[in-house]
Design a protein around this ligand. Structure first.
Ligand code: ADP
Ligand code: MG
Length: 587
Protein backbone atom coordinates (compact mmCIF):
# COMPACT_ATOMS: atom_id res chain seq x y z
CA UNK A 1 0.00 0.00 0.00
CA UNK A 2 1.21 3.51 -0.73
CA UNK A 3 1.83 5.83 2.22
CA UNK A 4 -1.11 8.13 2.89
CA UNK A 5 -1.96 10.69 5.54
CA UNK A 6 -4.63 9.30 7.83
CA UNK A 7 -8.03 10.93 7.75
CA UNK A 8 -8.67 13.08 10.79
CA UNK A 9 -11.37 10.65 11.84
CA UNK A 10 -8.97 7.71 11.95
CA UNK A 11 -6.15 9.63 13.58
CA UNK A 12 -8.39 10.97 16.29
CA UNK A 13 -9.68 7.48 17.02
CA UNK A 14 -6.09 6.28 17.32
CA UNK A 15 -5.35 9.09 19.76
CA UNK A 16 -8.54 8.34 21.65
CA UNK A 17 -7.36 4.79 22.13
CA UNK A 18 -4.60 6.05 24.36
CA UNK A 19 -6.84 8.03 26.65
CA UNK A 20 -10.20 6.29 26.47
CA UNK A 21 -9.89 2.61 27.05
CA UNK A 22 -13.06 1.87 28.98
CA UNK A 23 -15.95 3.68 30.66
CA UNK A 24 -13.84 4.26 33.77
CA UNK A 25 -11.38 6.30 31.66
CA UNK A 26 -14.22 8.62 30.65
CA UNK A 27 -15.22 9.04 34.27
CA UNK A 28 -11.61 9.76 35.18
CA UNK A 29 -11.10 12.47 32.57
CA UNK A 30 -14.41 14.20 33.28
CA UNK A 31 -13.86 14.01 37.01
CA UNK A 32 -10.39 15.51 36.69
CA UNK A 33 -11.79 18.34 34.60
CA UNK A 34 -14.43 19.04 37.23
CA UNK A 35 -11.81 19.11 39.99
CA UNK A 36 -9.55 21.35 37.91
CA UNK A 37 -12.53 23.68 37.49
CA UNK A 38 -12.66 24.09 41.27
CA UNK A 39 -15.92 22.21 41.75
CA UNK A 40 -17.25 21.90 45.28
CA UNK A 41 -19.77 19.32 44.23
CA UNK A 42 -19.60 16.62 41.55
CA UNK A 43 -22.46 14.34 40.51
CA UNK A 44 -21.75 11.31 38.42
CA UNK A 45 -24.50 9.32 36.73
CA UNK A 46 -23.76 5.90 35.30
CA UNK A 47 -26.03 3.68 33.24
CA UNK A 48 -25.10 0.15 32.15
CA UNK A 49 -21.66 0.35 33.69
CA UNK A 50 -21.03 3.46 31.60
CA UNK A 51 -21.72 1.90 28.19
CA UNK A 52 -25.01 3.70 27.75
CA UNK A 53 -24.28 6.80 29.78
CA UNK A 54 -21.61 8.56 31.80
CA UNK A 55 -22.61 12.02 32.93
CA UNK A 56 -20.52 14.26 35.14
CA UNK A 57 -22.04 17.47 36.43
CA UNK A 58 -20.03 20.01 38.42
CA UNK A 59 -20.47 23.45 39.93
CA UNK A 60 -17.03 24.65 38.86
CA UNK A 61 -15.93 27.70 36.91
CA UNK A 62 -17.73 26.75 33.69
CA UNK A 63 -16.65 27.23 30.08
CA UNK A 64 -17.45 30.53 28.31
CA UNK A 65 -19.79 29.99 25.33
CA UNK A 66 -17.15 31.34 22.99
CA UNK A 67 -14.63 28.68 24.09
CA UNK A 68 -16.90 25.68 23.95
CA UNK A 69 -15.81 24.58 20.48
CA UNK A 70 -12.16 24.89 21.44
CA UNK A 71 -12.67 22.88 24.62
CA UNK A 72 -13.75 19.96 22.46
CA UNK A 73 -10.89 20.38 19.99
CA UNK A 74 -7.67 18.39 20.19
CA UNK A 75 -4.63 20.01 21.78
CA UNK A 76 -6.72 22.80 23.24
CA UNK A 77 -6.27 23.52 26.93
CA UNK A 78 -6.52 26.41 29.34
CA UNK A 79 -4.03 24.83 31.70
CA UNK A 80 -0.72 25.22 29.93
CA UNK A 81 0.89 27.77 27.63
CA UNK A 82 4.57 27.07 27.16
CA UNK A 83 6.46 23.81 27.32
CA UNK A 84 8.24 24.97 30.45
CA UNK A 85 4.85 24.94 32.23
CA UNK A 86 4.91 21.15 31.88
CA UNK A 87 7.35 21.05 34.74
CA UNK A 88 5.19 23.02 37.15
CA UNK A 89 1.87 21.31 36.63
CA UNK A 90 -0.64 22.06 39.37
CA UNK A 91 -3.72 20.83 37.56
CA UNK A 92 -4.81 17.26 36.90
CA UNK A 93 -5.23 17.80 33.17
CA UNK A 94 -2.85 19.55 30.79
CA UNK A 95 -2.82 17.58 27.55
CA UNK A 96 -5.93 19.14 26.08
CA UNK A 97 -6.97 15.81 24.63
CA UNK A 98 -9.65 14.31 26.80
CA UNK A 99 -12.79 15.99 25.52
CA UNK A 100 -11.65 15.62 21.91
CA UNK A 101 -10.88 11.95 22.43
CA UNK A 102 -14.10 11.17 24.22
CA UNK A 103 -16.10 13.11 21.61
CA UNK A 104 -14.58 11.06 18.80
CA UNK A 105 -15.79 7.74 20.20
CA UNK A 106 -19.23 8.60 21.59
CA UNK A 107 -22.14 11.00 21.41
CA UNK A 108 -21.04 13.76 23.74
CA UNK A 109 -22.92 16.83 24.94
CA UNK A 110 -21.20 19.62 26.86
CA UNK A 111 -23.45 22.11 28.61
CA UNK A 112 -21.89 24.89 30.60
CA UNK A 113 -22.31 28.33 32.07
CA UNK A 114 -19.77 30.56 33.80
CA UNK A 115 -20.92 32.35 36.94
CA UNK A 116 -20.94 35.74 35.23
CA UNK A 117 -22.79 34.69 32.06
CA UNK A 118 -26.56 35.13 31.92
CA UNK A 119 -27.07 32.26 29.53
CA UNK A 120 -25.42 28.92 29.20
CA UNK A 121 -24.30 27.17 26.02
CA UNK A 122 -24.39 23.65 24.67
CA UNK A 123 -22.33 21.77 22.13
CA UNK A 124 -22.96 18.29 20.79
CA UNK A 125 -20.21 16.18 19.30
CA UNK A 126 -21.22 13.01 17.54
CA UNK A 127 -18.46 10.57 16.68
CA UNK A 128 -15.99 13.43 16.43
CA UNK A 129 -18.29 15.67 14.38
CA UNK A 130 -19.14 18.85 16.29
CA UNK A 131 -22.50 20.59 15.86
CA UNK A 132 -23.26 24.26 16.44
CA UNK A 133 -23.02 25.97 19.82
CA UNK A 134 -26.56 26.64 21.09
CA UNK A 135 -27.68 28.95 23.83
CA UNK A 136 -29.50 27.29 26.68
CA UNK A 137 -30.54 27.93 30.24
CA UNK A 138 -28.11 26.10 32.54
CA UNK A 139 -26.91 26.21 36.13
CA UNK A 140 -23.41 27.60 36.71
CA UNK A 141 -20.88 24.89 36.11
CA UNK A 142 -20.43 22.20 33.52
CA UNK A 143 -22.25 19.01 32.64
CA UNK A 144 -20.69 16.58 30.20
CA UNK A 145 -22.91 13.79 28.98
CA UNK A 146 -21.31 10.86 27.19
CA UNK A 147 -23.73 8.46 25.54
CA UNK A 148 -23.18 5.20 23.68
CA UNK A 149 -19.47 5.00 24.23
CA UNK A 150 -17.60 3.26 21.37
CA UNK A 151 -20.76 3.04 19.27
CA UNK A 152 -18.61 3.84 16.22
CA UNK A 153 -15.65 1.64 17.26
CA UNK A 154 -17.17 -1.84 17.58
CA UNK A 155 -13.72 -3.38 18.04
CA UNK A 156 -13.31 -1.41 21.26
CA UNK A 157 -16.69 -2.49 22.50
CA UNK A 158 -15.61 -6.10 22.18
CA UNK A 159 -12.72 -5.48 24.54
CA UNK A 160 -14.93 -4.28 27.36
CA UNK A 161 -15.27 -6.70 30.23
CA UNK A 162 -18.44 -7.81 31.96
CA UNK A 163 -20.60 -4.97 33.27
CA UNK A 164 -19.73 -5.89 36.84
CA UNK A 165 -16.02 -5.52 36.09
CA UNK A 166 -16.37 -2.21 34.25
CA UNK A 167 -18.56 -0.98 37.07
CA UNK A 168 -15.97 -2.03 39.66
CA UNK A 169 -13.33 -0.03 37.82
CA UNK A 170 -15.57 3.02 37.99
CA UNK A 171 -16.26 2.48 41.67
CA UNK A 172 -12.58 2.01 42.44
CA UNK A 173 -11.86 5.31 40.74
CA UNK A 174 -14.66 7.41 42.21
CA UNK A 175 -14.12 6.13 45.73
CA UNK A 176 -10.45 6.99 45.56
CA UNK A 177 -11.09 10.49 44.29
CA UNK A 178 -13.68 10.93 47.01
CA UNK A 179 -10.95 10.09 49.51
CA UNK A 180 -8.44 12.37 47.89
CA UNK A 181 -10.81 15.32 47.76
CA UNK A 182 -12.72 15.26 51.05
CA UNK A 183 -13.72 18.89 50.58
CA UNK A 184 -15.65 18.07 47.44
CA UNK A 185 -19.12 16.57 47.65
CA UNK A 186 -19.33 13.40 45.57
CA UNK A 187 -22.47 11.67 44.48
CA UNK A 188 -22.55 8.65 42.20
CA UNK A 189 -25.84 7.28 40.96
CA UNK A 190 -26.70 4.21 38.97
CA UNK A 191 -30.21 4.63 37.64
CA UNK A 192 -32.16 5.69 40.72
CA UNK A 193 -29.70 4.19 43.18
CA UNK A 194 -27.15 6.34 44.97
CA UNK A 195 -24.04 4.18 45.20
CA UNK A 196 -21.66 6.68 46.73
CA UNK A 197 -22.21 9.90 48.58
CA UNK A 198 -19.83 12.02 50.60
CA UNK A 199 -20.45 15.15 52.62
CA UNK A 200 -17.63 17.31 51.27
CA UNK A 201 -16.93 18.58 54.77
CA UNK A 202 -13.23 17.78 54.72
CA UNK A 203 -13.49 14.81 57.06
CA UNK A 204 -11.38 12.15 55.41
CA UNK A 205 -12.03 9.52 58.04
CA UNK A 206 -15.76 9.91 57.41
CA UNK A 207 -15.14 9.23 53.72
CA UNK A 208 -13.14 6.17 54.71
CA UNK A 209 -16.10 5.00 56.76
CA UNK A 210 -18.46 5.50 53.83
CA UNK A 211 -16.18 3.35 51.69
CA UNK A 212 -14.92 0.63 53.97
CA UNK A 213 -17.37 0.71 56.84
CA UNK A 214 -17.05 2.28 60.25
CA UNK A 215 -15.04 -0.54 61.77
CA UNK A 216 -12.23 -0.38 59.22
CA UNK A 217 -12.20 3.42 59.31
CA UNK A 218 -11.85 3.37 63.06
CA UNK A 219 -8.82 1.09 62.89
CA UNK A 220 -6.91 2.97 60.21
CA UNK A 221 -3.83 4.81 61.45
CA UNK A 222 -3.27 8.43 60.57
CA UNK A 223 -0.05 9.34 58.79
CA UNK A 224 1.19 12.90 58.85
CA UNK A 225 4.79 13.63 58.17
CA UNK A 226 6.74 16.22 56.32
CA UNK A 227 10.18 17.46 55.38
CA UNK A 228 11.34 20.23 53.16
CA UNK A 229 9.21 20.18 49.99
CA UNK A 230 7.68 16.81 50.66
CA UNK A 231 4.77 15.60 52.81
CA UNK A 232 2.88 12.39 53.35
CA UNK A 233 -0.61 12.36 54.85
CA UNK A 234 -3.51 9.95 54.94
CA UNK A 235 -4.15 6.56 56.43
CA UNK A 236 -2.60 3.14 56.59
CA UNK A 237 -4.01 -0.01 58.12
CA UNK A 238 -2.48 -1.53 61.22
CA UNK A 239 -0.71 -4.83 60.62
CA UNK A 240 -3.78 -6.66 61.87
CA UNK A 241 -5.95 -5.31 59.04
CA UNK A 242 -4.89 -6.70 55.69
CA UNK A 243 -6.04 -7.89 52.29
CA UNK A 244 -4.85 -10.72 50.12
CA UNK A 245 -3.85 -8.40 47.27
CA UNK A 246 -2.34 -4.98 46.69
CA UNK A 247 -5.46 -3.49 45.25
CA UNK A 248 -6.29 -1.40 48.29
CA UNK A 249 -2.88 0.20 48.39
CA UNK A 250 -3.68 3.66 47.13
CA UNK A 251 -1.26 6.50 46.49
CA UNK A 252 -2.03 9.98 45.30
CA UNK A 253 0.82 12.20 44.18
CA UNK A 254 -0.05 15.89 44.13
CA UNK A 255 -3.73 15.01 43.99
CA UNK A 256 -3.33 12.50 41.21
CA UNK A 257 -4.02 8.77 41.65
CA UNK A 258 -0.93 6.90 40.52
CA UNK A 259 0.17 3.30 40.37
CA UNK A 260 3.79 3.52 41.29
CA UNK A 261 5.82 0.44 41.93
CA UNK A 262 8.44 2.13 44.06
CA UNK A 263 5.91 3.85 46.32
CA UNK A 264 4.24 0.51 46.96
CA UNK A 265 7.61 -1.08 47.61
CA UNK A 266 8.51 1.66 50.11
CA UNK A 267 5.24 1.13 51.89
CA UNK A 268 5.64 -2.63 52.08
CA UNK A 269 9.12 -2.16 53.44
CA UNK A 270 7.61 -0.14 56.26
CA UNK A 271 5.52 -3.17 57.16
CA UNK A 272 8.53 -5.45 56.99
CA UNK A 273 8.18 -8.36 59.45
CA UNK A 274 4.77 -7.12 60.54
CA UNK A 275 2.68 -8.83 57.87
CA UNK A 276 2.20 -12.48 57.10
CA UNK A 277 3.34 -13.66 53.72
CA UNK A 278 0.80 -12.85 51.01
CA UNK A 279 -1.00 -10.20 53.05
CA UNK A 280 -1.08 -6.53 52.11
CA UNK A 281 -2.19 -3.38 53.91
CA UNK A 282 -4.92 -0.95 52.92
CA UNK A 283 -3.80 2.60 52.46
CA UNK A 284 -5.02 5.95 51.31
CA UNK A 285 -1.82 7.96 51.18
CA UNK A 286 -1.31 11.40 49.76
CA UNK A 287 2.16 12.42 48.79
CA UNK A 288 2.68 16.05 48.06
CA UNK A 289 5.87 17.51 46.68
CA UNK A 290 6.93 20.58 44.78
CA UNK A 291 5.54 20.32 41.21
CA UNK A 292 9.04 20.64 39.78
CA UNK A 293 10.13 17.51 41.67
CA UNK A 294 7.74 15.24 39.85
CA UNK A 295 7.25 14.62 36.14
CA UNK A 296 3.62 13.79 35.43
CA UNK A 297 3.98 13.75 31.67
CA UNK A 298 5.27 10.21 31.26
CA UNK A 299 2.04 8.29 30.73
CA UNK A 300 -0.95 8.95 28.45
CA UNK A 301 -3.50 8.60 31.22
CA UNK A 302 -1.08 10.06 33.75
CA UNK A 303 -1.28 6.92 35.89
CA UNK A 304 2.48 6.89 36.34
CA UNK A 305 4.83 9.62 37.41
CA UNK A 306 8.56 10.05 37.66
CA UNK A 307 10.31 11.58 40.64
CA UNK A 308 13.32 13.79 40.30
CA UNK A 309 14.83 12.29 43.40
CA UNK A 310 13.51 8.76 43.51
CA UNK A 311 15.64 7.61 46.45
CA UNK A 312 14.64 10.47 48.67
CA UNK A 313 10.95 9.92 47.99
CA UNK A 314 11.33 6.21 48.63
CA UNK A 315 13.06 6.55 51.97
CA UNK A 316 10.79 9.36 53.10
CA UNK A 317 7.66 7.31 52.42
CA UNK A 318 9.16 4.26 54.08
CA UNK A 319 10.14 6.18 57.22
CA UNK A 320 6.88 8.09 57.51
CA UNK A 321 4.78 4.95 57.22
CA UNK A 322 6.98 3.01 59.60
CA UNK A 323 6.76 5.80 62.14
CA UNK A 324 2.98 5.75 62.02
CA UNK A 325 2.94 1.99 62.44
CA UNK A 326 5.31 1.93 65.37
CA UNK A 327 3.62 4.81 67.13
CA UNK A 328 0.59 2.62 67.16
CA UNK A 329 2.20 -0.60 68.35
CA UNK A 330 5.74 -1.46 69.28
CA UNK A 331 6.49 -4.68 67.46
CA UNK A 332 6.26 -7.69 69.73
CA UNK A 333 8.46 -10.41 68.40
CA UNK A 334 9.92 -13.11 70.49
CA UNK A 335 10.61 -16.00 68.21
CA UNK A 336 10.91 -19.46 69.72
CA UNK A 337 14.55 -19.42 68.72
CA UNK A 338 15.26 -16.27 70.70
CA UNK A 339 13.48 -17.53 73.70
CA UNK A 340 15.15 -20.91 73.65
CA UNK A 341 18.67 -19.60 73.17
CA UNK A 342 18.56 -16.98 75.89
CA UNK A 343 21.53 -18.58 77.63
CA UNK A 344 23.38 -19.52 74.49
CA UNK A 345 25.53 -16.45 73.79
CA UNK A 346 27.64 -16.84 76.93
CA UNK A 347 28.15 -20.51 76.39
CA UNK A 348 30.77 -22.13 74.24
CA UNK A 349 28.74 -25.10 73.19
CA UNK A 350 25.73 -24.61 70.99
CA UNK A 351 22.59 -25.77 72.62
CA UNK A 352 20.08 -26.70 70.02
CA UNK A 353 16.67 -25.27 70.55
CA UNK A 354 13.94 -27.79 70.58
CA UNK A 355 10.81 -25.74 70.57
CA UNK A 356 9.22 -27.27 67.58
CA UNK A 357 6.41 -26.10 65.46
CA UNK A 358 3.73 -28.06 63.67
CA UNK A 359 3.78 -31.82 63.21
CA UNK A 360 7.16 -32.67 64.64
CA UNK A 361 6.36 -35.99 66.19
CA UNK A 362 4.42 -38.27 64.00
CA UNK A 363 2.28 -40.51 66.06
CA UNK A 364 0.71 -43.38 64.20
CA UNK A 365 0.84 -41.60 60.84
CA UNK A 366 3.48 -41.94 58.22
CA UNK A 367 4.48 -38.65 56.75
CA UNK A 368 4.87 -38.52 53.04
CA UNK A 369 8.63 -38.26 53.05
CA UNK A 370 8.93 -37.58 49.37
CA UNK A 371 6.76 -34.51 49.61
CA UNK A 372 8.74 -33.18 52.52
CA UNK A 373 12.03 -33.79 50.79
CA UNK A 374 10.89 -31.74 47.88
CA UNK A 375 10.35 -28.77 50.12
CA UNK A 376 13.15 -26.49 51.03
CA UNK A 377 12.15 -26.15 54.67
CA UNK A 378 12.83 -28.79 57.28
CA UNK A 379 9.82 -30.97 57.86
CA UNK A 380 9.03 -29.74 61.32
CA UNK A 381 8.47 -26.25 60.01
CA UNK A 382 5.76 -27.28 57.64
CA UNK A 383 2.40 -26.60 59.10
CA UNK A 384 -0.45 -28.48 57.57
CA UNK A 385 -2.79 -26.46 55.45
CA UNK A 386 -6.26 -26.47 54.07
CA UNK A 387 -5.26 -28.83 51.26
CA UNK A 388 -3.52 -31.41 53.42
CA UNK A 389 -5.92 -32.04 56.23
CA UNK A 390 -4.73 -35.41 57.45
CA UNK A 391 -2.14 -35.11 60.15
CA UNK A 392 -1.85 -36.71 63.51
CA UNK A 393 -3.77 -35.63 66.55
CA UNK A 394 -2.40 -33.91 69.62
CA UNK A 395 -2.15 -35.93 72.80
CA UNK A 396 -4.33 -35.33 75.82
CA UNK A 397 -3.26 -32.07 77.38
CA UNK A 398 -3.42 -30.85 80.95
CA UNK A 399 -4.08 -27.17 81.31
CA UNK A 400 -1.50 -25.13 83.18
CA UNK A 401 -2.72 -21.63 82.39
CA UNK A 402 -2.71 -18.64 80.10
CA UNK A 403 0.26 -16.40 79.25
CA UNK A 404 -0.16 -12.81 78.16
CA UNK A 405 -3.88 -13.40 77.56
CA UNK A 406 -2.77 -14.90 74.25
CA UNK A 407 -1.20 -18.31 74.76
CA UNK A 408 -2.37 -21.33 76.64
CA UNK A 409 0.26 -23.41 78.41
CA UNK A 410 -0.40 -27.10 78.76
CA UNK A 411 1.41 -30.26 79.67
CA UNK A 412 1.30 -33.38 77.53
CA UNK A 413 2.85 -36.82 77.96
CA UNK A 414 6.03 -35.53 76.34
CA UNK A 415 6.66 -32.06 77.68
CA UNK A 416 5.23 -28.61 77.41
CA UNK A 417 2.82 -27.20 74.83
CA UNK A 418 2.33 -23.51 74.13
CA UNK A 419 -0.88 -22.92 72.20
CA UNK A 420 -1.88 -19.79 70.30
CA UNK A 421 -5.48 -19.38 71.41
CA UNK A 422 -6.57 -17.49 68.32
CA UNK A 423 -5.08 -19.93 65.81
CA UNK A 424 -6.36 -22.87 67.83
CA UNK A 425 -9.87 -21.49 68.05
CA UNK A 426 -9.85 -20.78 64.32
CA UNK A 427 -9.00 -24.41 63.68
CA UNK A 428 -11.70 -25.65 66.04
CA UNK A 429 -14.43 -23.44 64.57
CA UNK A 430 -13.41 -24.35 61.06
CA UNK A 431 -13.53 -28.10 61.58
CA UNK A 432 -16.86 -27.92 63.38
CA UNK A 433 -18.38 -25.73 60.70
CA UNK A 434 -17.16 -27.90 57.84
CA UNK A 435 -18.37 -31.06 59.59
CA UNK A 436 -21.81 -29.55 60.04
CA UNK A 437 -21.75 -28.40 56.45
CA UNK A 438 -20.95 -31.90 55.25
CA UNK A 439 -23.90 -33.23 57.23
CA UNK A 440 -25.92 -30.45 55.60
CA UNK A 441 -27.01 -29.36 59.01
CA UNK A 442 -25.58 -26.08 60.28
CA UNK A 443 -27.63 -25.07 63.28
CA UNK A 444 -28.31 -21.38 63.21
CA UNK A 445 -29.26 -19.05 65.99
CA UNK A 446 -31.45 -15.98 65.68
CA UNK A 447 -29.93 -12.71 66.84
CA UNK A 448 -31.75 -11.00 69.69
CA UNK A 449 -31.93 -7.90 67.56
CA UNK A 450 -31.37 -8.16 63.79
CA UNK A 451 -28.34 -6.18 62.76
CA UNK A 452 -28.05 -3.99 59.70
CA UNK A 453 -24.62 -3.97 58.08
CA UNK A 454 -23.60 -1.42 55.46
CA UNK A 455 -20.88 -2.42 53.03
CA UNK A 456 -18.88 -0.43 50.51
CA UNK A 457 -20.65 -0.42 47.11
CA UNK A 458 -18.30 -2.92 45.44
CA UNK A 459 -18.54 -5.37 48.31
CA UNK A 460 -22.31 -5.06 48.49
CA UNK A 461 -22.52 -5.84 44.82
CA UNK A 462 -20.36 -8.90 45.23
CA UNK A 463 -22.34 -10.16 48.19
CA UNK A 464 -25.88 -9.79 46.87
CA UNK A 465 -25.92 -12.71 44.42
CA UNK A 466 -24.32 -14.91 47.06
CA UNK A 467 -26.89 -14.69 49.79
CA UNK A 468 -28.05 -18.29 49.13
CA UNK A 469 -24.54 -19.46 50.00
CA UNK A 470 -24.70 -17.63 53.30
CA UNK A 471 -28.02 -19.18 54.06
CA UNK A 472 -26.57 -22.62 53.41
CA UNK A 473 -23.92 -21.77 56.00
CA UNK A 474 -26.38 -20.98 58.74
CA UNK A 475 -26.65 -17.23 58.23
CA UNK A 476 -29.94 -15.52 57.62
CA UNK A 477 -29.12 -12.43 55.63
CA UNK A 478 -31.21 -10.33 53.31
CA UNK A 479 -30.80 -7.12 51.40
CA UNK A 480 -31.89 -4.09 53.35
CA UNK A 481 -31.79 -1.00 51.15
CA UNK A 482 -28.81 0.32 49.23
CA UNK A 483 -25.56 -1.46 50.07
CA UNK A 484 -27.06 -2.66 53.33
CA UNK A 485 -27.91 -6.11 54.62
CA UNK A 486 -29.90 -7.28 57.56
CA UNK A 487 -28.51 -10.22 59.50
CA UNK A 488 -31.17 -12.06 61.41
CA UNK A 489 -29.37 -15.25 62.34
CA UNK A 490 -25.85 -16.64 62.49
CA UNK A 491 -24.46 -20.16 62.71
CA UNK A 492 -24.92 -21.25 66.32
CA UNK A 493 -21.19 -21.94 66.43
CA UNK A 494 -20.54 -18.23 66.20
CA UNK A 495 -23.14 -17.27 68.78
CA UNK A 496 -22.20 -13.91 70.26
CA UNK A 497 -19.88 -13.10 67.33
CA UNK A 498 -20.14 -9.83 65.46
CA UNK A 499 -22.34 -10.26 62.36
CA UNK A 500 -20.78 -7.23 60.69
CA UNK A 501 -17.27 -8.61 60.82
CA UNK A 502 -18.50 -11.96 59.54
CA UNK A 503 -20.01 -10.34 56.44
CA UNK A 504 -16.96 -8.18 55.88
CA UNK A 505 -14.69 -11.18 56.18
CA UNK A 506 -16.64 -12.82 53.40
CA UNK A 507 -16.37 -10.00 50.91
CA UNK A 508 -13.09 -8.35 51.77
CA UNK A 509 -10.87 -10.09 49.31
CA UNK A 510 -12.89 -10.71 46.21
CA UNK A 511 -10.63 -10.63 43.25
CA UNK A 512 -11.56 -8.78 40.12
CA UNK A 513 -13.51 -11.14 37.93
CA UNK A 514 -13.64 -13.73 40.64
CA UNK A 515 -17.04 -15.28 40.95
CA UNK A 516 -17.07 -15.41 44.69
CA UNK A 517 -18.44 -18.08 46.94
CA UNK A 518 -18.41 -20.93 44.46
CA UNK A 519 -18.35 -24.46 45.75
CA UNK A 520 -14.58 -24.84 45.70
CA UNK A 521 -14.24 -21.60 47.56
CA UNK A 522 -16.59 -22.54 50.33
CA UNK A 523 -13.89 -23.92 52.58
CA UNK A 524 -11.71 -20.90 52.00
CA UNK A 525 -14.53 -18.55 52.84
CA UNK A 526 -15.59 -20.56 55.85
CA UNK A 527 -11.99 -20.30 57.03
CA UNK A 528 -12.16 -16.54 56.63
CA UNK A 529 -15.26 -16.22 58.77
CA UNK A 530 -13.76 -18.50 61.40
CA UNK A 531 -10.65 -16.37 61.52
CA UNK A 532 -12.71 -13.27 62.03
CA UNK A 533 -14.88 -14.71 64.76
CA UNK A 534 -12.30 -16.74 66.67
CA UNK A 535 -11.15 -15.45 70.06
CA UNK A 536 -8.35 -12.97 69.66
CA UNK A 537 -4.93 -12.84 71.22
CA UNK A 538 -5.07 -10.51 74.20
CA UNK A 539 -8.41 -11.83 75.35
CA UNK A 540 -8.42 -13.30 78.84
CA UNK A 541 -10.12 -16.68 78.95
CA UNK A 542 -11.50 -18.41 82.00
CA UNK A 543 -9.90 -21.70 83.00
CA UNK A 544 -13.08 -23.38 81.83
CA UNK A 545 -12.83 -21.75 78.41
CA UNK A 546 -9.15 -22.67 78.13
CA UNK A 547 -9.90 -26.26 79.02
CA UNK A 548 -12.75 -26.38 76.49
CA UNK A 549 -10.49 -25.04 73.79
CA UNK A 550 -7.82 -27.68 74.52
CA UNK A 551 -10.46 -30.35 74.50
CA UNK A 552 -11.90 -29.18 71.18
CA UNK A 553 -8.44 -28.97 69.70
CA UNK A 554 -7.68 -32.55 70.72
CA UNK A 555 -10.78 -33.56 68.78
CA UNK A 556 -9.63 -31.87 65.56
CA UNK A 557 -8.29 -33.91 62.70
CA UNK A 558 -5.60 -31.30 61.89
CA UNK A 559 -5.01 -29.63 65.23
CA UNK A 560 -1.51 -28.38 64.58
CA UNK A 561 -2.25 -25.55 62.18
CA UNK A 562 -4.98 -23.01 61.72
CA UNK A 563 -6.99 -23.18 58.47
CA UNK A 564 -4.61 -20.62 56.95
CA UNK A 565 -1.58 -22.73 57.72
CA UNK A 566 -0.19 -20.93 60.75
CA UNK A 567 0.90 -23.22 63.58
CA UNK A 568 -1.50 -23.47 66.50
CA UNK A 569 1.14 -24.67 68.92
CA UNK A 570 4.79 -25.08 69.69
CA UNK A 571 6.13 -27.93 71.74
CA UNK A 572 9.07 -28.22 74.13
CA UNK A 573 9.82 -31.87 74.73
CA UNK A 574 10.98 -33.25 78.05
CA UNK A 575 14.15 -34.24 76.26
CA UNK A 576 14.74 -30.66 75.13
CA UNK A 577 14.02 -29.35 78.63
CA UNK A 578 16.64 -31.65 80.08
CA UNK A 579 19.22 -30.50 77.56
CA UNK A 580 18.44 -26.86 78.19
CA UNK A 581 18.90 -27.33 81.93
CA UNK A 582 22.13 -29.24 81.45
CA UNK A 583 20.71 -32.46 82.84
CA UNK A 584 21.89 -34.17 79.68
CA UNK A 585 24.62 -33.38 77.19
CA UNK A 586 23.79 -31.79 73.87
CA UNK A 587 22.95 -34.08 71.04
P1 ADP B 1 -7.22 19.35 29.66
O1 ADP B 1 -7.99 18.99 30.88
O2 ADP B 1 -5.99 18.51 29.53
O3 ADP B 1 -6.95 20.79 29.53
P2 ADP B 1 -9.59 18.54 28.27
O4 ADP B 1 -9.83 18.08 26.87
O5 ADP B 1 -9.96 17.62 29.35
O6 ADP B 1 -8.07 18.95 28.38
O7 ADP B 1 -10.38 19.91 28.45
C1 ADP B 1 -10.11 21.00 27.59
C2 ADP B 1 -10.42 22.31 28.27
O8 ADP B 1 -11.82 22.43 28.48
C3 ADP B 1 -9.82 22.48 29.63
O9 ADP B 1 -8.50 22.98 29.57
C4 ADP B 1 -10.76 23.43 30.32
O10 ADP B 1 -10.44 24.75 30.03
C5 ADP B 1 -12.09 23.13 29.66
N1 ADP B 1 -12.93 22.26 30.51
C6 ADP B 1 -13.12 20.93 30.35
N2 ADP B 1 -13.95 20.44 31.29
C7 ADP B 1 -14.29 21.49 32.08
C8 ADP B 1 -15.12 21.63 33.25
N3 ADP B 1 -15.77 20.58 33.79
N4 ADP B 1 -15.24 22.88 33.80
C9 ADP B 1 -14.58 23.91 33.26
N5 ADP B 1 -13.78 23.84 32.18
C10 ADP B 1 -13.63 22.64 31.58
MG1 MG C 1 -8.89 17.17 31.16
Amino acid sequence: MPIRLLSSEVSSQIAAGEVVERPASVVKELLENALDAGAKSVSIAIVDAGRTLVEVADDGCGIPAGELELAAARHATSKLVKSDDLFHIRTLGFRGEALASIGSVSRMTIASRTASAKEGARLKVDGGVAGKVEKIGAPAGTTVRVENLFYNVPARLKFLKADATERRAIDALTTRYALAYPNVRFKVTDGKQVTLQTAGDGDRRAVLAALYGVEVARQMLAVMDGEENIALTGFISPASLTRSNRREITFFVNGRWVQDFSLTAALLQAYHTLLMVGRYPLTALFLDLAPEDVDVNVHPTKAEVRFRNQDRVFSFVQRAARKALLAYSPVPSVSPQLWGSRSAPTEKREISVDWSVGHDHVEGETLNVERLNNESQPSHLQPSSLQTPTFHAVPLLRLIGQVGSTYIVAEGPDGLYLIDQHAAHERVLFEKLMAQHERKNIPSQALLAPEVVTLPPQSAKALTPQLPFLNRFGFEVEEFGVNAFQVRAMPALFAGGDPASALRALVEDFEEDETPLQAELEAKLAARVCKRLAVKGGQTLSAEEQRALLHDLEACSSPRACPHGRPTMIHLSVDALERQFGRRGPR
